[in-house]
Design a binder for this molecule. Structure first.
Ligand SMILES: [Zn+2]
Length: 147
């Protein structure tokens, strides 16, 4: 797994990010993502070329977006979004760095703590956007070796 991804919130210093992939969340869940704090309304961009597979609202994630990479090997998940980029639609092809959404605190994020919740999963053979094997985005986004 050596993906070269663009930081989904431009302007954030990767050195300020923390690896919370294995942190416990409510119940027995693990976080399995990287949180990128930013003011509400900050642009969120595609981490690489791909297709917008699903725009979905969930209680925990709020406004969420699922992007598949061009080989349909990986799914990129963006959550707690304030809103999507104007006109964004499922099935749309995007390029790395394209504006896709804005940072917010929808779902179970605290209103005073807007951030992008970003996750990566390796898709199974059926290519379902809702299931896959979680991969820690932190070493990829920060250029650090996995621990
Ligand atoms: Zn999170």
């Amino acid at each position: 797994m050596a993906r070269n991804l663009t930081l989904p919130v431009p302007g954030v210093d990767p050195k300020t990010l923390q690896d919370t992939f294995n942190e416990a969340r409510e119940g027995s869940r693990r976080h399995e993502a990287t949180d990128i704090p930013a003011p509400a309304g900050t642009p969120v961009v595609a981490v690489e070329d791909g297709v917008i597979k699903k725009l979905f609202f969930s209680v925990r994630g709020g406004n969420t977006l699922y992007e598949f990479d061009p080989t349909q090997t990986y799914c990129y998940y963006y959550a707690h979004l304030q809103r999507y980029a104007p006109g964004l639609q499922e099935g749309q092809t995007v390029k790395r760095g394209d504006l896709i959404a804005y940072v917010g605190s929808s779902g179970d994020a605290a209103p005073g703590d807007p951030h992008l919740h970003f996750a990566i999963s390796k898709l199974g053979p059926e290519k379902h956007w809702w299931e896959g094997t979680p991969i820690d985005p932190y070493p990829i986004l920060t250029g650090k070796e996995p621990r």
